[in-house]
Design a protein around this ligand. Structure first.
Ligand code: PMP
Ligand code: GLN
Length: 382
């Protein structure tokens, strides 16, 4: 194996989902819903497969109706204007969007600042691009961004800020002041910003999702990434997208061409239909997930865990120390056998391991009865 892959191993998500399958545990580890997305979207995909016309290579940038639907979505929710022909690119999930963007923009030795704990693919693609990862830690229990620490992390080698809001795994949602601070720093130091907004429709208690590209001066230096996997509960479809200036999109498309060339033909018209669903869909998604969040958070708090109630995503973070554990990895290894439940240790998302050591992430994008069963098992076993 090439040295750039050293230390990457198997993703924690694959490892923990395999453990759940092997032990018959309730899987609150890997973030995927256990019901599929909206019926009109599923029907549109089935129809596209059967009717034909979408089963051969689609256009490299994505089919025009999907690029238009993505641009319409950015205008409808955020007032952002993107030209579907030049400023939108369809990718194989947000994962490919992140990989193609980093490969397109980072030179060997360039520094990429990422918010820690960071989604694991960030570390892997920065390494594959020969870049250097520079973490800025969001500190428990609030997981707010320390703008002074962010500023101090910038050096003459900094190329990109890679941010993520709503943030996996903490559930934190960057607020207006934090985003304005990022925007000011990016402009002052002439940095590009990649913003992973895959949980954009999952914020709670009226907390808004504010896309970084809406901040003055930022549209020109921001690559915005999202995905149908989260918003439409089809994580297996792997249809994502990038919105940015023509120059940035051209760079990302150049990398994408040689990673996957094109992305899932018949799924593209279906995602276009889903993006155009009326507000009821988006409101219901948020309301359903907020209720699930409350169910799981209350249950976990009742067990004695310290719970950081998330303002966004479908993950909740707990501190396991009140239960007498100081190591989340150890806790998550014990959990399937002792309780029949799987969760994810935060530590794998950190360079500064000690900051994540006592933290554990639980996914609540599951049917209520599955969440209730997990809590019953935890109450019996812990
Ligand atoms: N970014 C974040 C923060 C995520 O949690 C995920 C989850 N899968 C992804 C990117 C990848 O999205 P996709 O499945 O569309 O590749
Ligand atoms: N994004 C999901 C999570 O954070 C799963 C991603 C994956 O399996 N790579 O759990």
């Amino acid at each position: 194996m090439a040295s750039r892959l050293h230390g990457l191993g198997t993703t924690i998500f694959a490892e923990m989902s395999a453990l759940a399958t092997r032990t018959g545990a309730v899987n609150l580890g890997q973030g995927f819903p256990d019901t599929d997305g909206p019926a009109p979207m599923l029907d549109a995909a089935a129809e596209a497969v059967r009717a034909g016309g979408y089963n051969q290579y689609p256009p490299g940038p994505g089919i025009a109706p999907l690029r238009t639907a993505i641009a319409d979505h950015q205008r409808r929710f955020y007032g952002l204007e993107y030209d579907p022909d030049q400023e939108v690119l369809v990718t194989t999930g947000a994962t490919e969007a992140i990989a193609a963007t980093v490969l397109a923009l980072v030179e060997p030795g360039d520094e990429v600042i990422a918010l820690e704990p960071y989604y694991d693919s960030y570390a892997a693609v920065i390494a594959m691009a020969g870049g250097v990862r520079v973490p800025v830690t969001l500190t428990a229990p609030e997981f707010r961004l320390d703008l002074a620490a962010l500023r101090a992390a910038v050096t003459p080698r900094t190329k990109l800020l890679l941010i993520n809001s709503p943030h996996n795994p903490t559930g934190a949602v960057l607020n207006r002041d934090e985003l304005a601070g990022i925007a000011a720093l990016a402009q002052e130091r002439d940095l590009l910003v990649v913003t992973d907004e895959v949980y954009e429709h999952m914020t709670y208690d009226g907390v808004p999702h504010l896309p970084l590209a809406t901040f003055p001066g930022m549209r020109e230096r921001t690559v915005t990434i999202s995905s149908a996997g989260k918003t439409f509960a089809v994580t297996g479809w792997k249809i994502g997208w990038v919105c940015a200036t023509p120059e940035l999109v051209t760079a990302v498309r150049t990398a994408k061409q040689y990673l996957t060339y094109v992305s899932g033909g018949p799924l593209q018209p279906a995602v276009a239909a889903a993006l155009a669903l009326d507000d009821t869909y988006y409101h219901q998604l948020r309301a359903d997930l907020q209720a699930k969040r409350d169910l799981l958070c209350e249950g976990l708090a009742g067990l004695g865990l310290t719970v950081a109630v998330p303002a966004g995503t479908y993950f909740v973070t707990t501190d396991v120390r009140p239960l007498g554990y100081d190591d989340g990895v150890e806790f998550c290894r014990m959990l399937p056998e002792r309780c029949g439940v799987v969760a994810i240790p935060h530590e794998v998302f950190y360079d500064r391991k000690e900051a994540g050591r006592p933290l554990v992430r639980w996914a609540f994008c599951k049917r209520d009865e599955v969440l209730a069963e997990a809590l019953t098992r935890l109450r019996a076993g812990l």
